[in-house]
Design a protein around this ligand. Sequence first.
Ligand code: G6P
Length: 371
Amino acid sequence: EAAQKQGYDWYMRKEIFEQPRAVADTLLGRLNERGELILDEIRISPETLRRIDKIVIVACGTAFYAGLVAKYAIEHWTRIPCEVEVASEFRYRDPIIDPMTLVVTISQSGETADTLMAIRHAREQGAKVIAICNTNGATIPRESDAVIYTHAGPEIGVASTKGFTTQLVACYLLGLYLAQVRGMKYGDEIAALLRELERMPEAIQGMLDNQQQVLDLAREFVNEPSVLFLGRHVGYPVALEGALKLKELAYIHAEGFAAGELKHGPIALIREDLPVFVVVPPRGRDQLRDKVVSNIAEVRARGAKTIVLAEADDEEARAAAAVFIELPKLSTLLQPVAAIIPLQLFACELATVQGHDVDQPRNLAKSVTVE
Ligand code: G6P
């Protein structure tokens, strides 16, 4: 087993560090020499994909959070309305789906019962199903119309890490492919995003190279009973996933919030020395980043310890931070792939210093095959 962990203390840590390679493998063979997207595995005809009038993403756990990010990207690039739902809720509310609906399911294992039941239901209504999956030949891809494999390699740690980042990349590829097939007029934008995706392994490596800061932080927070995560736009699902990692591994109260919701309730939780992670979007045409920077000031004014993830040259964000974690320059929609890395490392390290079994957290299973 020690040999399989390749010198790492946990499979999870090994898998965190495999992410540059894993993401490179998700991209492998999917871009041609001209930098264009080829997704031959989508065996649903372009005519059918052009007729789709709604996308529904169903998944569980970490894969559901990847789906939340995908919604922002897919709607922005394709202008097709896209919903995301936890698979266990989907079927039981009699969802409106028909042959014009494309259901996208995300599952690392491809065996999650809730997700499987959701796609069976969707196909009974005539919907087309595309699976994003890491496990060759698993039940979910076998029961789908098409599959995009993430090629992350086996994920053994129960808490998903490289599963998540490769799911994000596969979702981006699907979104850009749909935009391409539907003739969206984003030629240059799509090409630029694809080039940026190709640089993603490097961006992740940069985050991993700076791990020491996060490890120190985990040691400092070892006795914290509660940690909050704030994010906006695609930073919101990053906040949710950062909180989930802490719940799963360190068994402490952790919650992710949409930063804009802070004033509608969660701000009541802020107290002296409460650790609050904030994911700051890149500067863009909208005011998102400015609004998140003022959220940092609001929680800081109430004594919270702000751990701010933002672009290195965001001086205002840096000034509002008790601890500043630099993010590489990326498009807003792609930022989650880099921003989640320190949150994974933080949870892994915190649980390690607490003495927990990081690879096999209590009460959890890698793949839940009962509804
Ligand atoms: C379990 C695991 C989670 C995972 C979820 C979905 O609950 O503990 O880490 O995110 O299942 O798994 P899947 O294999 O469908 O992605």
